[in-house]
Design a protein around this ligand. Structure first.
Ligand code: HPA
Length: 253
């Protein structure tokens, strides 16, 4: 029988493992949607069983539009996960979300295109298809899991901004200043490339799901220097610095 997993964590850019996991076993399940981005590492964090999966693969080989989001979530579910905390590296658009801030958004807007964004399928040869699903998605992140993440951050003394709207872009290129200006007008506070379809698929699969966004940079034109050029090194440095509180937050969660 599958042993339950207390929490599954999907790591984003710059976050390829949880060093504090003990007694780690690795699994590479193949799901009806294919293989996940890499092995699922399951171990103990204190008393809890925690699973970790690197969304882009452990060597960051998968770009955001080529990640098999369905296989990733289905693999975690098959291994016993019911609650998923998504770590997403993002750019900050509005004032509260400067580089190195951690945020727990409560809304999202999907600007991605051409990605497989549902588990809903018509029957075809060799496949039984699924029922037509129209899941409620008014509140895209699970309220109870968000509340638990916010409470854990408080217990761990880790600053975490409560709320905000995550705009999911197609990438892999970064955005133009005009695109970010439009996203600001739309009400986005954060911009990233991996928030969707992951959150929608989690809802379809019946998984609890929350996002912990790690702000790596000001989005194009959003910071004090409108001419700033965003470099991968800045992104990685800021993710590393902003992630220093994550082990304590995860332990508390
Ligand atoms: N835009 C989109 N995705 C990102 C960014 C950004 O500025 N920074 C990190 N991920």
């Amino acid at each position: 029988m599958t042993q339950p997993i207390d929490l599954a964590v999907i790591g984003g850019t710059g976050l390829y493992r949880i060093a504090e996991l003990q007694d780690v076993e690795s699994h590479l399940p193949v799901t009806r949607y294919g293989a996940p981005s890499g092995p699922v590492r399951i171990g103990r964090l204190g008393e809890r069983r925690v699973a970790f999966l690197a969304r882009h693969g452990e060597g960051h080989s998968l770009p955001p539009h080529q990640i098999n989001y369905r296989a990733n979530l289905a693999a975690l579910q098959a291994l016993g996960a019911t609650r998923v905390l998504a770590l997403n590296t993002v750019g900050g658009i509005t004032e509260r979300f400067g580089p190195r801030v951690l945020g727990c958004p409560d809304q999202l807007i999907d600007y991605t295109w051409g990605r497989i964004s549902t588990i809903c399928e018509v029957a075809s040869e060799g496949s039984g298809g699924t029922e037509v699903l129209h899941v409620d998605f008014g509140e895209p992140y699970t309220r109870a899991l968000r509340a638990a993440v916010l409470a854990a951050a408080q217990r761990a003394g880790v600053a975490l901004v409560d709320g905000g709207c995550y705009g999911a872009t197609q990438g892999p290129r970064l955005e133009t200043r005009a695109e970010i200006a439009r996203m600001r007008r739309d009400g986005c506070d954060l911009v990233g490339m991996t928030g969707m379809p992951e959150a929608g698929l989690a809802r379809e699969l019946g998984l609890d799901y929350a996002c912990l966004a790690i702000v790596a940079n000001w989005a194009a034109g959003a910071g004090p220097d409108p001419d700033e050029v965003i470099t991968l090194q800045d992104v990685l440095d800021n993710v590393a610095a902003a992630s220093s509180g994550l082990p304590a937050l995860l332990q508390a969660l």
